[in-house]
Design a protein around this ligand. Sequence first.
Ligand SMILES: Cc1cc2nc3c(=O)[nH]c(=O)nc-3n(C[C@H](O)[C@H](O)[C@H](O)COP(=O)(O)OP(=O)(O)OC[C@H]3O[C@@H](n4cnc5c(N)ncnc54)[C@H](O)[C@@H]3O)c2cc1C
Length: 425
Amino acid sequence: MTAPHAPSWYAETADKTLAFPPLDGDRKAHVAIVGGGYTGLSAALHLAEAGIETVLVEANRIGSGASGRNGGQLHTGQRRDQDWLERRLGRPAAHELWTLAEEAKALVHHLIDKHQIDAEWRPGLIEAVHKRRLVSEERHYVDKLNDDYGYAHAEWIEPDRLAAMIGTDAYFGGRYDATAGHLHPLKFAQGLARAAVMAGASLHEDTPAIRLDDGMKPLLVTSRGSIRADIVILAGNGLLDGIDQETETRAMPIKNFILTTEPIGAGMPGGLIPGGEAVSDSRFVVYYWRPTSDGRILFGGGETYSRSDPADIFAFVRRHLLGIYPGLRDIRIDHAWGGTLAVTVNRLPFLSRLRPGVYAASGYSGQGVALAPYGGKIIADAILGNPGRLDSFAALPCPRFPGGKLLRWPALVAGMSWYALRDRI
Ligand SMILES: Cc1cc2nc3c(=O)[nH]c(=O)nc-3n(C[C@H](O)[C@H](O)[C@H](O)COP(=O)(O)OP(=O)(O)OC[C@H]3O[C@@H](n4cnc5c(N)ncnc54)[C@H](O)[C@@H]3O)c2cc1C
């Protein structure tokens, strides 16, 4: 009997009956996939739709990783903004990455529509500016998107209007984005899983992969047997302990935490955030929140760079929530949970053909609601003979974390702590 999802508002409100049998014994497949998050599920779906025999193994439950625990925010663009991308990679590459990110966002909508996934999509996302000194930069960025990128869906919002929209005067204005928005991440993952199975993919929960033996045909050894495959896709995000060193030195798992309040009419007329938008702010350790379909505020804030959770996640996140909404002091907190996301050194995703027959995708750095389903699709496309988009991502610089697998933690902690400090000064 597979264990239930870890407690969260998502687990409580998604399909509790959806389950997939473990994979016992040895089998063969054209493609074996490690990881049942958006990347793995989307790859399985697109490969199965093309008639490829595909087997996916998930260590826990489908969507039990970041894909079923995240803030649900569907962002526009890459994790780095277009100014940064232009400076580092040049204008042509920056424009190409913008186009790919727009395709990624469109893919999410396409998947929801095509497979009729009840993902509770709501349009509208505000990037709120938390320091006065960042206002001119953000206003310039709105103009840049409008003028240089032909993106008419971005608009600058003055502080007064923003305060009325989101119910706090903690911000100095913000960028409204009409085609970004938010969804129920676990329902989205479950919808992808159902669609993949309908298309002919085999999905197996409670089946950790424990080793990958390379050879003419890679052998993926699991806790219960093995899969001999022509091609293996490693889609375990930052959680691929011991399976692939190359990915582990380039993508680093970090923890981030979320709570939900009791239902308070949020996202409803007369309630907090009556327009129903998602909000995320300009902090390096970002605060992000949104109303849920049953009128709660779902708020994410605070990260840790160790493997253990804070002793009291409720208190850990509530402190951040009350910094923005002191008026919620007497509101009950009903759920709090953590999740692991993978970041890369430069926050660009690590999408790679590691060696013949082995692909890896990881390190979406907090932008995976859009980019991970897309990562899965473009790996599937590459396997099907269309490597162009994967090649574009694979060509991006993705340095190893200083110190490699063993010493990357201290380096990351030092770096992240510095940026977290900068958020406060
Ligand atoms: C708290 C939190 C909030 C976030 N908020 C947002 C947001 O609002 N917007 C946004 O765009 N992104 C957000 N993200 C990031 C986003 O969720 C991820 O980028 C995305 O879900 C990554 O998808 P994935 O398929 O690559 O990885 P995952 O969803 O993590 O899936 C990987 C799966 O692989 C499995 N696995 C690992 N190792 C093995 C193994 N050896 N054998 C078998 N299975 C294995 C894991 O159990 C897991 O289910 C957030 C992440 C977290 C944790």
